[in-house]
Write a protein of this length. Structure first.
Length: 161
């Protein structure tokens, strides 16, 4: 699978959202159709850079992003909905960021953005990246170099908008 690029359409995939009533299936079509969406992906919930910098940056900049006509800020991780729900609570995300679980990595694979961390005991995860999509079409894509945290941070996405 080739990596998604600017101009491509977000694939139609089901992801899971943690709710008070348990995990709820949500389709990418529902999230992206007719909307301006900032989506960022992390290698894993509760991991150091993801918890200390990546997610908190988007939570802190949520108002600034919505002021730029962003309808949804979405975080995706190859974890289950229960883990993402617990991480959202731990990080005090509230309704600022939609926390979506890609438990089997199908969305990540469809984007061509898998990260093989099997040798480190973490399985196959997502690369760290952020994108902007308007009505399901990618208008900005920022994929981090291995170990990097520059182009996908909230401040970089704000500057790109």
């Amino acid at each position: 699978m080739s990596t998604i690029k600017i101009g491509d359409t977000i694939p139609s995939i089901k992801l899971m959202l943690a709710t008070a009533d348990g995990p709820k299936e949500v389709s990418t079509d529902e999230i992206f159709k007719g909307k301006k969406v900032v989506l960022f992906a992390v290698p894993g919930a509760f991991t150091p850079t993801c918890s200390a910098k990546h997610l908190p940056g988007f939570v802190q900049n949520a108002d600034a992003l919505t002021a730029k006509s962003v309808d949804h800020i979405v975080c995706v991780a190859v974890n289950d909905a229960f883990v993402l729900g617990a991480w959202a609570k731990d990080q005090e995300v509230d309704d600022k960021v939609l926390m979506l679980a890609d438990g089997s990595g199908l969305f990540t694979r469809a984007l061509g953005l898998e990260l093989d961390l099997v040798a480190r005991g973490l399985g196959v995860r997502s690369q760290r990246y952020a994108l902007v999509a308007e009505d399901g079409k990618v208008t900005h894509l920022a994929i981090e170099a291995p170990g990097g945290f520059e182009v996908s941070r909230a401040e970089a996405i704000l500057a790109a908008l």
